[in-house]
Design a protein around this ligand. Structure first.
Ligand SMILES: [Mg+2]
Length: 358
């Protein structure tokens, strides 16, 4: 089966309500939906949804990359995923989210060709996944109230965004812990908002609230300092913005700089890179989380398949689609109730896009 045509369309998907993180407030997300057509009736679908502060790509960059790389991919075998990644890497470094869009469409096709859902193609045998849900930065009262509602709705793991104001963060974590009780797992994500000193102070102050991990407190380039804070903090240290590629994962592990790696398909250039990172981490005794950018049902479904297939993925943070107003032209993939997701047995990623209606 050969690649015959690659189409991409830009869509702006609005959030139900604005989401605030340490470096910005997000009200809508511009995404690129991508379709690969083949010399058979099968079509593969991919999604590119990224944050330029993390992968350096704007929508214009993504569209330009896809347009420029397409002629190099036409007539390639759709199953030649390693070759296609080599072609894209040789063409340009970076562009991880745009590359992920191509990668997802290829894995979708591989599953459709094999008649297997992606999680089975990746070696898995369990189609249910439990995810946490993220609370954006807000007043402590509002965060505690929202946390209580989410727990009542069936979530037993919450991730709190912090990193702007230490006192407000401390009060918010305290308020949430007191609101939800001791049995709910809490993680916090500072999105590079802290210094070494702040991290050490906050980690010590928050110890009594039993946080299971602090995610990316330091700027992404401060890899050596991660070792220092990791040795001193009572919580696990999780790296997100510091680890995009398998090479970053090797560096973090060699430097004893992380307890958990947060894999995101848009950073790892898709499933292909995600598998490499997970293997490196697993062989080093480092569990992974799988997270997401502001992805729709398609990107989330792909990541759920990955989580379902990989036993080293101990933590799942795949909630972004819950914040979107859902679009009628993206359907399927999974069903969910609270934090529990059930993948459908459809081949490939299992999400159908009515591309003409996009
Ligand atoms: Mg993060």
């Amino acid at each position: 089966m050969k690649i015959k045509r690659i189409d991409s369309k830009v869509v702006k998907v609005p959030f139900k309500a604005p989401v605030k993180v340490a470096f910005k407030t997000i009200t809508a997300q511009e995404i690129v939906l991508l379709r690969i057509q083949t010399d058979t009736a099968l079509e593969g679908f991919g999604e590119v949804s990224t944050i330029k502060e993390v992968t350096g790509e704007t929508t214009a960059d993504i569209m330009a990359f896809l347009k420029a790389v397409t002629p190099l991919l036409l007539d390639q075998e759709t199953s030649a995923i390693e070759t296609i990644h080599q072609i894209m890497t040789a063409f340009s470094v970076g562009h991880s989210a745009a590359k992920a869009g191509i990668d997802l469409a290829l894995y979708d096709l591989l599953g459709k060709q094999a008649g297997l859902p992606l999680y089975r193609l990746l070696g898995g045998d369990n189609s249910t996944v439990k995810s946490d849900i993220t609370l954006g930065i807000d007043t402590p009262e509002v965060m505690a109230m929202k946390a209580k509602k989410l727990v009542a709705a069936g979530f037993d793991e919450l991730k709190l965004k912090v990193g702007i104001d230490d006192e407000a963060d401390y009060t918010a974590v305290k308020a949430v812990r007191e609101a939800v009780g001791p049995s709910v797992n809490l993680k916090i994500d500072a999105n590079q908002g802290w210094t070494v000193k702040q991290t050490l102070q906050m980690a010590a102050r928050l110890e009594k609230y039993n946080i299971i991990a602090i995610e990316q407190p330091l700027p992404h380039w401060q890899m050596a300092d991660n070792r220092l804070i990791r040795a001193a903090m009572p919580q696990q240290l999780m790296l997100d913005e510091s680890v995009h590629t398998p090479h970053d994962a090797i560096q973090a592990i060699r430097q004893d700089a992380t307890d958990i790696i947060n894999i995101k398909l848009m950073k790892s250039a898709g499933i292909f890179g995600a598998q490499a990172i997970n293997s490196i981490a697993e062989a080093s005794g480092v569990p992974c989380m799988i997270g997401c950018m502001a992805e729709t049902r398609l990107g989330i479904a792909a990541a759920l398949h990955f989580a379902a297939a990989k036993t080293n993925v101990h933590y799942v943070d795949l909630d972004s689609y819950l914040f979107f107003k859902e679009t009628a032209y993206i359907r399927g993939g999974f069903e969910h109730e609270g934090g529990r997701y059930q993948l459908l047995e459809a081949p490939g990623i299992g999400v159908e896009i009515n591309f003409e209606e996009v």
